[in-house]
Design a protein around this ligand. Structure first.
Ligand code: NAD
Length: 356
C-alpha cells in the first residue's frame, strides 16, 4: 500500500556489476585520481590483494593484509601509518565486511577515496555506516565520509566463497532487507528494493548449496546482497540488528552466523506488529509465515539455528537481554527485558520461532 507521506533520501553511488569486472579496477582508480593506492585484504586473502595490486600497475603502491573482524582501531592506526609512509591517495579493499570496514575507517581519518570489491554478501560497501572496536566495545556511526566512492561487484570472485560463509552471509543480507521493511523511514523505493533483495537471495541460496559454482545463482546472490545492502544504508535497523550487535560485541559470537540464528525469532516477534512487512516478506518468499519459512530455509541451507551451537553460554541470555533494553531504539513492537529473554532462550535452544 502506498504510504500517504514519505521521505526518500538516496546515497551517491557508482556500482559496476558483472563477471570479470575486477579487470576494470585500474580504470576506476584513474577515474578517482588515484595514483598511489593501498590495497587492503584479510591475512587469508593476501594472494587476491597481490592480484589487485598487479592490476593497478603503477597505481598500486602497497598491500596491507591485516584487516580484522569488527574493525579494531589499532589495526586502522597501523594501516594509516602505511598510508602516510607510502604517500597513498586512495584505498582499494577486496574482501568481506571486515576488509570494507578497514577501508571505511581509513577514509574516516584521511578523506581518501575508496574502491571496494566485495567478496561476501555483507552489504557494507553501499552504506555510510562504520562500526569500530576499541577496548572490547564496538561503536557504530553513520557519516558520508565513509561511503565508498566506487563498488566493483565481480561475480567470479564469489565462486570460491565457501558454502557455509555464502549461506550465513546471505542470511545476514536478508536481515538488512527484512528490518528495512518495518523501519520508520521506509519509502516505496526501499520497500521494493528490500522485497526484490529477499526474493533474489531466497531463490539463489539453495542453488548455491547444491552447486557452489553455479554462476547464475552466484550472480543472483550478489545482486540480492547489493539490494539488501542498499536498504541497510537508507533506513535505520531495529531489534534484530541490536540483538546481533550485543551478541557479537559482548559474547564475541560470529557476525553472520548470529544473524542466521536470530532472524526467524525476531521476525516472528516483530511481524505480529507490521502487516505490510509481513505481506511483502511473505510475497518475496512465497510463504504465509515468513519467520517459519526463514527457519526452514536456514535448515535446508545447513546454517546454524541455535545460539548455544555458536558459542553463547546459557548464562549469557539474561545479560544480553539486559544490555539490549538498556538504551532505547525504534522497533515496530514494544518489548521489555522479559520478552527479549524469552526470545533469546528460544534462539539459544534452537526452538522454532514463535510470536510470543
Ligand atoms: P568477513 O569480512 O570477516 O569475511 C569472513 C571470512 O571470509 C574472512 O576470513 C575472509 O577472509 C573470508 N572471505 C571473504 N571473501 C572470501 C571469498 N570470496 N572466498 C573465500 N574466503 C573469503 O565477514 P563478513 O560477514 O563479510 O563481514 C562481517 C563484518 O562486516 C562485521 O564486522 C560486520 O559488523 C561488518 N558489516 C558492516 C556493515 C556496515 O554497513 N557497516 C554491514 C554488514 C557487515
Amino acid at each position: 500500500m502506498l504510504p500517504s507521506t514519505f521521505l526518500h533520501e538516496a546515497l551517491p553511488s557508482r556500482v559496476l556489476f558483472g563477471r570479470g569486472t575486477l579487470s576494470r579496477v585500474s580504470e576506476e582508480a584513474q577515474r578517482l585520481g588515484m595514483h598511489r593506492a593501498l590495497v587492503l585484504t584479510t591475512p587469508q586473502r593476501a594472494d587476491q590483494g597481490e592480484q589487485v595490486r598487479a592490476l593497478l600497475g603503477s597505481a598500486g603502491s602497497g598491500l596491507f593484509t591485516n584487516a580484522r573482524m569488527h574493525t579494531p582501531t589499532d589495526v586502522t592506526e597501523q594501516a594509516c601509518r602505511e598510508v602516510t609512509s607510502l604517500g597513498c591517495d586512495g584505498v582499494v579493499a577486496i574482501g568481506g565486511g571486515s576488509t570494507t570496514g578497514l577501508a571505511k575507517a581509513i577514509a574516516l581519518r584521511t578523506d581518501l577515496p575508496q574502491i571496494v570489491v566485495p567478496t561476501t554478501y555483507a552489504g557494507s560497501e553501499v552504506t555510510a555506516i562504520l562500526g569500530e572496536t576499541e577496548g572490547g566495545r564496538k561503536v557504530t556511526q553513520r557519516t558520508l565520509k565513509v561511503l565508498p566512492e566506487t563498488v566493483i561487484y565481480d561475480v567470479d570472485l564469489t565462486l570460491g566463497l565457501p558454502v557455509f560463509i555464502s549461506v550465513t552471509s546471505g542470511l545476514n543480507a536478508i536481515a538488512h532487507a527484512a528490518e528495512a521493511l518495518y523501519a520508520p523511514q521506509v519509502s516505496p523505493i526501499v520497500a521494493m528494493t528490500a522485497e526484490e533483495g529477499v526474493r533474489t537471495l531466497v531463490h539463489a541460496l539453495p542453488h548455491l548449496v547444491d552447486d557452489p559454482l553455479d554462476v547464475d545463482a552466484r550472480a543472483e546472490a550478489l545482486y540480492g546482497a547489493w539490494l539488501c545492502g542498499v536498504c541497510l544504508g537508507l533506513v535505520g535497523m531495529a531489534l534484530h540488528h541490536k540483538l546481533c550487535h550485543v551478541l557479537g560485541g559482548t559474547f564475541n559470537l560470529p557476525h553472520a552466523e548470529t544473524h542466521s540464528v536470530m532472524l526467524p525469532h525476531v521476525l516472528a516477534y516483530n511481524l505480529a506488529a507490521s502487516e505490510e512487512a509481513r505481506m511483502r516478506l511473505g510475497r518475496a518468499m512465497g510463504a504465509d509465515d515468513p519467520a517459519l519459512a526463514l527457519r526452514n530455509l536456514a535448515e535446508r541451507l545447513g546454517a546454524p539455528t541455535a545460539l548455544r551451537a555458536i558459542g553463547l553460554p546459557e548464562g549469557g541470555i539474561a545479560e544480553a537481554a539486559r544490555i539490549a533494553v538498556s538504551s532505547p531504539y525504534p522497533n515496530p513492537r514494544p518489548f521489555d527485558e522479559a520478552a527479549i529473554a524469552a526470545l533469546l532462550r528460544r534462539a539459544w535452544a534452537g526452538e522454532r520461532p514463535a510470536t510470543v
